[in-house]
Design a protein around this ligand. Structure first.
Ligand code: AMP
Length: 463
């Protein structure tokens, strides 16, 4: 197996990799690093989770270190364009991590924050500039930055850029970059428009590297589909969190409002949750991500765009509260777990009117996802804590856990099983004055990650 030491990377980079505990390059790194180090253009078909950030950051840092010189004022030696603020921030952090023993300067620029700090950061010139297209164009228009010092240009997540309407801004930005340069172009998928854009940007005969994370991701993730009525999805979601294995969970919703609603529902059910989507301010997004990364909240409820590219280690589960309209998004979503060799589990809720979407997903991913029918579960509705207990009596006695009395604060679900730190709740510090349901569903107490369905009670019937 190739080791990083075999690739000829500069010593300070090897030291930083050793600090991170990385000894072996991932496939995309092994294939891309030598060519990029030698100055070749690169066309990478890869998505996040494959180690692609290091696949470009390491050889770029190596090249800059080999040919040390100051960047021109208000400019950068390397420009990386990324579609979202979160991804831009993450890429900037990666450059800092890998370049920490070589005194690299990095600036990250995105919208939603003031211009002044970004202008000050760029004033002396930096080695690496990571930017989202819209804000960078604003700076270029104002002449508060220039791209004339750029030697290496990276376009990350090109297909996501296309989805977000960034193709025109990218074409404008390219006009500011010197013609003689090295280009690295990454996209997870390869639609015609992306092919065209790549041909415009890249020099002829780039090195082509394709890793196939779609298949590997799909294979590595334990997947299951739960059939459930739309109006009972929130109750089912809350029930899933009774499982101590649901430690760090990303929940996907289709809409921003939906993300807020689902996060609120989880909080009401005693599960610490935060939501992240395009209407949140930069500060709110950062706080939500930090709380999720630290384990302060167990659930991060996100829309696809907000979550794409976010690199969070040790996500135990991905829950799709609604199935996505585009089958490929299903693959991107489940790719948030099972990252960098870890195992992960993905649960998708499917209401009756989503069956066609499920069929499309199974067709595109060429698999049949194990499914369980949770419709007509009598106890499920009871899990909506704010509602009075319709039946009064549990169907099954509670197992091994004392039940709250009516009017008590709802307990945090499995708080003791998580890495969670206590969350400051402000005044009162408690949960809403709601009774928790007296009955928990059949998933209770079971270890996370199993998609087998074995040992389940009758409601987990196979399709
Ligand atoms: P990326 O695809 O760049 O988002 O990287 C996915 C994750 O893999 C990140 O958490 C990286 O820190 C991690 N990673 C990258 N390269 C390696 C490596 N060679 N060995 C182990 N983990 C890695």
């Amino acid at each position: 197996m190739t080791q990083f030491t075999d690739l000829g990377l500069a010593k300070p980079l090897l030291k930083a990799l050793a600090d991170e505990g990385y000894a072996n390059p991932t496939p995309i790194q092994a294939q891309a690093i030598p060519g990029v180090m030698s100055g070749q253009d690169l066309l990478g078909i890869a998505q996040t989770g494959t180690g692609k950030t290091a696949a470009f950051a390491l050889p770029i840092l190596h090249r800059l270190a080999e040919n040390k010189k100051p960047a021109p004022r208000r400019s950068a030696r390397c420009l990386v364009l990324a579609p979202t603020r979160e991804l831009a921030t993450q890429i900037g952090e990666s450059f800092k991590t890998y370049g920490k023993h070589m005194g690299v300067t990095v600036a990250v620029i995105f919208g939603g924050v003031k211009y002044g700090g970004q202008m000050r950061a760029m004033a002396p010139g930096v080695d690496i500039l990571v930017a989202t297209p819209g804000r960078l164009l604003d700076h270029l228009g104002e002449k508060s930055m220039t791209l004339e010092g750029v030697e290496i240009f990276v376009l990350d997540e090109a297909d996501q850029m296309l989805d977000m309407g960034f193709i025109v801004p990218i074409r404008k930005i390219i006009k500011f970059v010197p013609r003689v340069r090295q280009n690295l172009f990454f996209s997870a998928t390869w639609p015609t428009e992306i092919e065209k854009l790549a041909a415009e940007i890249l020099n002829p005969n780039p090195l082509k590297v394709s890793v196939t994370p779609q298949a590997t991701t799909v294979e590595k993730v334990n997947q299951r589909v739960l059939f459930v009525e739309q109006q009972r999805k929130r109750a089912l979601l809350a029930e899933l969190f009774d499982d101590a294995g649901f430690k760090r969970v990303i929940v996907f919703t289709r809409t921003k409002r939906g993300a807020d609603r689902v996060a609120r529902g989880l909080e009401q059910a005693g599960v610490d949750a935060a939501s992240i989507h395009g209407d949140k301010s930069q500060g709110q997004r950062e706080r939500a991500l930090a709380a999720f990364k630290s384990g302060e909240v167990r659930a991060l409820v996100a829309t696809d765009i907000a979550a794409r590219g976010i690199d969070i280690d040790a996500v135990t589960h991905v829950v799709q509260f609604e199935l996505p309209n585009v089958p490929e998004a299903y693959v991107h979503r489940i790719g948030r777990t099972a990252r960098a060799g870890a195992d992960g589990s993905a649960v998708a809720f499917c209401a009756d009117d989503e069956r066609n979407l499920l069929k499309d997903i199974e067709r595109v991913t060429r698999q049949r996802i194990p499914s369980f029918d949770r419709r007509n579960d009598k106890h499920l509705g009871a899990a909506t804590a704010a509602m009075p207990d319709p039946g009064g009596k549990p169907e099954r006695p509670p197992q091994g856990r004392s039940q709250p009395h009516r009017g008590q604060h709802a307990p945090k679900r499995n708080r003791n099983h998580t890495d969670a730190k206590p969350v400051s709740r402000g005044e009162g510090g408690g949960r809403p004055q709601e009774a928790r349901p007296a009955f928990k569903g059949p998933s209770r107490g079971r270890g996370g990650g199993s998609s087998s369905g074995s040992g389940r009670t009758g409601v987990w019937s196979n399709r």
